[in-house]
Write a protein that binds this ligand. Structure first.
Ligand SMILES: C[S@@+](CC[C@H](N)C(=O)[O-])C[C@H]1O[C@@H](n2cnc3c(N)ncnc32)[C@H](O)[C@@H]1O
Length: 225
C-alpha cells in the first residue's frame, strides 16, 4: 500500500519535471489516452466535472475544449497545484484548482456529473475509501490507469523496456526511487476485471466496464449508475 506522505513528497519533488517526464516515458502516448478519457466522460454531457489527482491539470484543461460550466481540479500535492495554476494563468483558463485529498473530499453528494482520475488511483493510500469518496461526489466516474498487459510476452517486453529509462529519470529528477516506484506500482496494481471488482465492492456504481489501451499497458474504467 503506498504511503501518503511518501507519495506527496515524491510528487512535490518531481513536479517541475513532471510534464517532460510524462512525454519521455510514454513517448507522447499519454496525451492520446488522456484525450480518450476526456472524450468518454464528455459523452455523458456533464455540466460540472471534477478531476482528482489532477497533477499539472492535463485532464482538467482537456475538459475546457468542451461546453462544461464548472471544472475543478484537485491534488494533495501543493507543488503540483502551484504548477497547474501557472499553466492556468498562461492559458487564461477558468479551471478551479484546489489542494485536496481524494480520500476525503469536501464536496456535496453527487455535486459533479462526472469525476475523473488519471494515473492517480494507483497512488492513493486508501484505495477503497478513495473510490467510495469519488462515487459519493459524482454521478459517473472515469479512471485512466496503468495496468498489466494480458499477453505474457508483451508484459515482459514492456516492463523490461521501462527499465531502460532509469538513468534518464534519475538524472532529471534526482529521485531514482520514483522510477522504481512507477514500475513496481504498475506491476502490482490490479487491472481489468480485477480492478472492476474493487470498484464494484467499494462504490454504489452499478455499470462498470473497462477498455484496455495498447494491449493492456493502460486501461480506461467507466463506472455509471
Ligand atoms: C502520476 S500523477 C498524475 C497526474 C495527472 N492526473 C496526469 O495524468 O498527468 C499522480 C498524482 O496523484 C496525486 N495524488 C496521489 N495521491 C493522492 C491523493 N490521495 N489525493 C489527491 N491527489 C493524490 C499526486 O500528487 C500526483 O500529482
Amino acid at each position: 500500500m503506498p504511503n501518503a506522505q511518501y507519495i506527496k513528497t515524491m510528487f512535490d519533488d518531481i513536479s517541475p519535471k513532471y510534464d517532460l517526464l510524462n512525454d519521455l516515458l510514454s513517448v507522447g502516448t499519454h496525451r492520446i489516452w488522456k484525450r480518450k478519457l476526456v472524450e468518454e466522460a464528455c459523452k455523458t454531457n456533464p455540466k460540472a466535472v471534477l478531476d482528482c489527482a489532477t497533477g499539472t491539470g492535463d485532464i482538467a484543461f482537456g475538459f475546457e475544449e468542451n461546453k462544461i460550466d464548472r471544472i475543478v481540479g484537485c491534488d494533495f500535492s501543493p507543488v503540483m497545484i502551484e504548477n497547474a495554476n501557472k499553466r492556468k494563468d498562461k492559458n487564461k483558463s477558468d479551471v478551479n484548482f484546489i489542494v485536496a485529498d481524494v480520500s476525503n473530499l469536501s464536496f456535496k453528494d453527487q455535486e459533479f456529473d462526472a469525476a475523473t482520475i488519471s494515473f492517480g488511483i494507483r497512488n492513493v493510500e486508501n484505495l477503497e475509501k478513495s473510490l467510495n469518496e469519488l462515487s459519493r461526489v459524482s454521478k459517473n466516474l472515469f479512471i485512466l490507469e496503468f495496468g498489466t498487459p494480458e499477453n505474457t510476452f508483451l508484459k515482459k517486453i514492456y516492463f523490461n523496456s521501462l527499465k531502460l529509462y532509469f538513468p534518464v529519470l534519475s538524472l532529471l529528477t534526482k529521485r531514482s526511487d520514483a522510477y522504481d516506484y512507477l514500475i513496481k506500482s504498475s506491476e502490482e496494481f490490479p487491472s481489468g476485471k480485477n480492478f472492476c471488482e474493487i470498484i464494484k465492492r467499494s462504490t454504489t456504481f452499478k455499470n462498470i466496464n473497462y477498455t484496455p489501451l495498447f494491449g493492456g499497458i493502460a486501461y480506461i474504467y467507466e463506472a455509471k449508475r
